[in-house]
Design a protein around this ligand. Structure first.
Ligand code: GDP
Length: 413
């Protein structure tokens, strides 16, 4: 190539490159706008009932027909930021709101549910350990018991090795001493050093304004996701936090009703769409905007988990996350897992871990399974801590997880 050719290419190439760069920005802008339009308000804020609102509804509504049943067309547009009031707190309302049980000490109070779930784990472990002299068969039985409880092969091997070493080195003979050593080893396996607190610190929006903490709740339908969001709202209310719920599980119409009912019992408003199959990202966006405008502490967003294929799940959760983070940073992504699902649950955890950037696990239905060992397995699998556990269907049967209480619950018999 001679000098003239270079000169020509430079002269023609620079404007062409500029043209490509400018049109890329324009296309991206258009893409952003299209996404923002997708997320345009199609939702309503279902405020908790005030006394006046209740009276008004009585006079204008068909009895039994909730306001949220109105079709999207009939609904007023989302209130502007100025029109939004700070959501009513329980103390502001004349009507009777429920007072959630205190959160402090909840796990200790509920841990009997672990033992009562018919868990043979504690009973079987202790039966073996109460033998005077532990034979090879006894150690095998211990190992099998832990494996049956879904502790997983690696952690089980580690625990048995550590316990055998202690029994030998410390010369433990007394069953009570062996039991105490087992308790310590189990606690170490569950890892008490992990930070299990929820990140509820206020955030800062891209434009520098303060934002509520935003918690996104993900998981397969049927695992107890909506119930957990409802119970978590109560946990937060019990801790004097103000909350807005976002019903972004738009696949199942009943999920929004279910969530709204949970919220209204404790004076927490729900942002929802009344259209089946509405864009979940739009609902999530409106929930965060509403929470921001009304200055609440926490926005909790429920999502649908019906998508069985990874690409679809990734697209949907990716869009929800992008749209939310335009308004506020995400504080937590909580994965709800059903403890009774064993290996299948672990596979789900793996997929969600890959696509959703999970920061904590809420393990439900621990009251209905002998497989409490999944706590250990799932933490190892995802490298994130179990932060909450569901121990029943009651409204306050959700507790912050605590390693020692958990192990004591397992070993109670
Ligand atoms: P989603 O489809 O994931 O939103 O699941 P739901 O929240 O609708 O819950 C499915 C079922 O699991 C409901 O019957 C809940 O009451 C039940 N459930 C949720 N958490 C627990 C729990 O910790 N223990 C028990 N026993 N049942 C639970």
């Amino acid at each position: 190539m001679n000098q003239d050719t270079w000169t020509y290419l430079l002269a023609a190439g620079i404007p062409a490159a500029l043209l490509v760069a400018v049109s890329t920005v324009l296309v991206r802008r258009r893409g952003d706008k299209a996404e923002a339009d997708d997320a345009a308000p199609t939702t309503t804020v279902a405020e908790p009932p005030t006394a006046e609102a209740a009276a008004e509804r009585e006079s204008v509504q068909t009895p039994g027909k909730p306001v949220a049943d109105a079709s999207v067309d009939e609904l007023a547009p989302l209130p502007t930021d100025e029109e939004l009031d700070v959501p009513a707190t329980p103390g502001d309302l004349d009507i009777q709101l429920e007072k959630p049980a205190p959160v402090e000490g909840r796990f200790a109070r509920l841990r009997g549910r672990l033992a009562r779930s018919g868990s043979p784990l504690g009973t079987r472990l202790l039966a073996v350990l109460s033998r005077d002299h532990l034979t090879e068969d006894d150690w095998d039985e211990l190992e099998e018991t832990l494996l049956l409880a879904d502790v997983g092969a690696g952690p089980t091997g580690d625990l048995i090795d550590a316990l055998r070493t202690r029994v030998r080195v410390e010369g433990l003979k007394d069953p009570a001493a062996v039991r105490a050593a087992l308790r310590e080893q189990l606690i170490a396996l569950v890892d008490p050093s992990l930070d299990r607190s929820l990140n509820l610190a206020p955030g800062t929006a891209p434009d520098g304004t303060p934002t509520p903490a935003v918690l996104l709740v993900v998981g397969v339908n049927g695992t107890g996701k909506t119930t957990t969001v409802g119970k978590l709202a109560r946990v937060l209310v019990a801790e004097d936090k103000s909350v807005v719920l976002g019903a972004a599980d738009t696949f199942r119409a009943a999920a929004a009703d279910q969530l709204e009912t949970w919220g209204s019992r404790v004076g927490v408003p729900t942002v929802r769409s009344d259209r089946d199959g509405a864009d979940p990202a739009a609902v999530a966006f409106d929930a965060v905007r509403t929470g921001k405008a009304s200055g609440v502490d926490v926005v909790l967003v429920d999502t649908a988990g019906r998508l069985q294929n990874k690409a679809g799940l990734m697209d949907e959760l990716g869009k929800i996350t992008r749209v939310i983070t335009r308004e506020a940073p995400l504080s937590e992504v909580l994965l709800v897992l059903d403890a009774t699902t064993g290996q299948n649950g672990l596979n789900q955890a793996r997929v969600f871990g890959e696509v959703a950037g999970v920061t904590g696990i809420a393990l439900t239905k621990l009251d209905g399974t002998a497989k409490g060992g999944i706590v250990v397995a799932v933490q190892r699998e995802l490298g994130v801590p179990v932060k909450l556990v569901g121990l029943g269907e009651g409204p306050d049967d959700l507790a912050p997880f605590d390693a020692a209480d958990f192990v004591d619950g397992l070993l109670e018999s």
